[in-house]
Design a protein. Structure first.
Length: 552
């Protein structure tokens, strides 16, 4: 117990350091701002739709908090997501403790060392705690639900089963797609109470099945409390995963997404878990069969939805990955040379960054967005496909932060995590993006000759306008040429315009006639579009940030 408490204190210390060195309460990615804007519009879906129905839990919590201002909503939402990352680490430790309790398969000392290294083995746990992340909050409740389910299977105490069901029902409204964790429970049931069925196990299976049905009813009830119609939950799950198979494939994007999740250290542990499983199989032949059944059931939903190497997407698989990782860790720690190589791989990705000098992007060479560096013309055939637009000139390995990789859930460094987390790398980049948005709003307020367009309905600038006292009373209006929305403060009105869909955004902006003495600010979600504008229009474009240009 003393060791367990010390690990909890250690995790608290890690997150305390991250709080002071890393956490920035400003927007990291578009979903953050959309979530906040929905509440700034008083949750009126006729003005602003919520980010997604499947995140209804976090919207309910924000509503329950009673906070109203842009800054307070943003800080509150980021903070609860951040703290959920701390409880995920504590929950991962508790899950492994109860999973291997009295099994004799992993020594307590080995598990303790593994717990200490876990945040560094999977830095995506930290990175996903730095954004408004409903999946993180949901996963906390799922983890503790799994813990109490295992306690029930080991002790037959009914209160543990009921508590597990209640925690599961609380988890799902925060992220409806976490319903894909249901096979994990079935896998754990088979693992701890394996076939063939006896009268006792049949009675247990029946009890679990009946309570599970109750749990699903309770889950639907909790979703209804958060204010959403229950119809279409299945469609919502499919829509959040199916898009991956429809999205244009990019090798660089897939590798970038996987880099902070499937780290070399994690992959090494998964590989050597096979050797540990073979060792145990010699003593307990049924162990591997039960564990394989658990693994197959855990991953079964993803045969339907498709696999994508993202921590957030595969988060329900993570508990079983933990089991495999600690098995591999137990094998490695007894092999001095192999364990030394493992530690080298772990330390390397934290202190050595892969820096890239590339054309076609403002990113790099380290964890930075650099609009000052010289750029050549990019491949215009496909601006949104990384493989098509980026030309890598030089790759270096340095004791610095790694290349800045823009991802859907916030940027990722190509290793060199220490400098990103503890040398202001992350904090400064998020701060720079905030200043870019502030400069846009400042110009719009001061200079009424400026026309503003953005490539799509992202909420960054809308939230920044609310921060400056502006409000909107309408959704986007179609004027047949493009969409616009007015933000009003007293007698002052600022118009936010959206480039039409189904056209080349850069070409459309380039051909937009600008009246004499007028200026046009264009903000894109893709820095490559700003780069293309600067290459196309040359002296007529002033870049004020990696995502913003002024055309005269």
């Amino acid at each position: 117990m003393r060791s367990s408490n010390l690990i909890n204190i250690y995790y608290f210390g890690v997150f305390a350091l991250l709080f002071f060195f890393t956490l920035n309460f400003n927007y990291v990615e578009g979903d953050d701002a959309t979530t906040v804007l929905y509440h700034l519009c008083e949750r009126n879906s006729n003005i602003q739709k919520p980010y997604a129905a499947y995140n209804s839990g976090i919207d309910f919590i924000i509503k329950l908090s009673g906070i109203k201002t842009e800054e307070s909503i943003r800080i509150f939402a980021v903070l609860i997501s951040y703290l959920s990352g701390l409880f995920i680490l504590i929950g991962c430790k508790s899950f492994l403790e109860i999973f291997f309790e009295n099994s004799g398969k992993i020594q307590p000392k080995t598990r303790t060392i593994f717990y200490i290294l876990l945040p560094f083995i999977v830095p995506d746990i930290i990175l996903h705690s730095l954004i408004i992340n409903s999946a993180n909050i949901s996963f906390v409740f799922i983890l503790y639900s799994l813990i109490y389910f295992i306690k029930f299977l080991k002790s037959s105490k009914n209160y543990c089963l009921f508590l597990s069901v209640i925690l599961f029902a609380i988890a799902i409204p925060f992220r409806w797609t976490m319903l894909v964790s249901i096979p994990v429970y079935l896998g754990l049931l088979i693992y701890f109470k394996p076939l063939p069925l006896t009268k006792e196990t049949l009675s247990l299976y029946l009890k679990v099945f009946l309570i599970a049905l109750l749990g699903l009813v309770l889950t639907l009830y909790f979703i209804s409390i958060t204010g959403y119609d229950l119809q279409g939950i299945g469609d919502t799950i499919l829509s959040t995963t199916g898009y991956l198979s429809e999205a244009e494939f990019s090798v660089l994007s897939v590798l970038a997404t996987a880099s902070a999740f499937l780290t070399p250290a994690l992959l090494i542990l998964l590989f050597f878990s096979l050797f540990k499983m073979n060792e145990i199989h010699k003593r307990e032949p049924k162990f591997n069969y039960n564990l394989i059944a658990l693994i197959l059931l855990t991953i079964s939903p993803f045969f339907l939805f498709g696999f994508f190497p993202s921590y957030k997407f595969l988060i329900t698989i993570f508990p079983i990955l933990l089991v495999l990782m600690v098995l591999g860790f137990d094998y490695l720690i007894k092999k001095k040379i192999l364990f030394s190589l493992f530690l080298v791989s772990l330390v390397s990705v934290w202190f050595l960054g892969i820096q890239i000098d590339a054309n076609g992007t403002f990113c790099g060479p380290g964890f930075e967005l650099n609009t000052k560096k010289t750029q050549n013309l990019i491949n215009n055939n496909d601006l949104q496909n990384v493989d098509g637009r980026v030309k890598i000139n030089k790759v270096n390995v340095k004791f610095e932060s790694g290349f800045y990789m823009p991802m859907l859930e916030g940027p990722r460094p190509l290793y060199g995590y220490f400098y990103v987390f503890f040398n202001t790398g992350w904090f400064n980049q998020i701060e720079a993006l905030k200043k870019e948005r502030q400069e846009i709003v400042s110009v719009l307020i001061k200079d009424k000759r400026v026309i503003f367009f953005q490539d799509r309905r992202t909420a960054y600038i809308s939230c920044a306008l609310y921060q400056n006292g502006y409000k909107t009373a309408t959704d986007f209006v179609d004027n047949k040429s493009y969409f616009y929305r007015d933000f009003v403060k007293g007698n002052d009105t600022i118009k936010l315009n959206i480039v039409p869909n189904n056209c080349s955004k850069v070409e459309w902006i380039s051909n937009l006639p600008i009246e004499k003495n007028k200026k046009l600010i264009y903000r894109s979600s893709y820095s490559s579009e700003i780069l293309q504008l600067s290459n196309t229009k040359k002296n007529k474009v002033k870049i004020i940030g990696p995502f913003t240009a002024i055309l005269q």
